[in-house]
Write a protein that binds this ligand. Structure first.
Ligand code: FMN
Length: 180
């Protein structure tokens, strides 16, 4: 697609504490750009207005079963405008770091962590991706409880899962899924 007016403008807003949510946002952006979209990747705090965009992808790291405050602020601030847009949301957590019975937690966590965004924005889809978790990210108390859960520290990002999700978004946009 060479005519810019025909290329969907997509905002990918993210909230990150240690960078893995941003890396997922950038990966989604790469896929969408390859599929012809014009993509801006911005921290949630820097998003003043979503009106210039045709579609929005919103992602946050998960701390203590909830999105980071700056992502929740964006949902509150831009709720009405976001509801006029097709929105996809993702969370970056640690399902891939859990073992054994604790893995079951991940399925239960998925709808809970993005609760306010799911309720307020009615997104087309939500994914909980695995990010990166290192001991130095956690307070000492958190390290103790996560050790008890058999947490595996490390980089658990699943790029194939991220690419697959981004391709689905691109397919939806190509089918005219911008709601126009
Ligand atoms: C203080 C703290 C609390 C966390 N709490 C959760 C949680 O409740 N559920 C979860 O799935 N992941 C949790 N995580 C894991 C992070 O969400 C995960 O490492 C994510 O990739 C971090 O994204 P970021 O690198 O963009 O900050 C927590 C991480 C930290 C540092």
């Amino acid at each position: 697609m060479s005519d810019d007016s025909a290329r969907p403008r997509v905002l990918i807003a993210h909230a990150t504490a240690h960078g893995s949510t941003l890396s997922i946002a950038e990966r989604v952006a790469d896929v969408l750009r390859r599929r012809g979209a014009q993509v801006a990747v911005r921290p949630c705090d820097d998003v003043a207005d979503v009106h210039p965009y045709d579609a929005v992808v919103l992602g946050s790291a998960v701390h203590d079963m909830a999105w980071l405050p700056e992502a929740l602020d964006l949902v509150r601030r831009e709720r009405d405008a976001l509801r006029e847009h097709p929105v996809w949301i993702f969370s970056a957590g640690m399902p891939g770091a859990l073992r054994g019975p604790w893995k079951l937690l991940a399925g239960r966590e998925e709808p809970k962590v993005a609760g306010p965004a799911l309720r307020e924005l009615r997104p087309r889809d939500h994914r909980l991706f695995s990010g990166v978790i290192r001991p130095e990210h956690l307070p000492p108390g958190g390290r103790v409880s996560l050790r008890a859960m058999g947490l595996r520290y490390g980089d658990h990002r699943d790029w194939e899962a991220v690419d697959d999700w981004a391709r689905r978004i691109a397919d939806d946009l190509t089918r005219g899924g911008t709601g126009d």
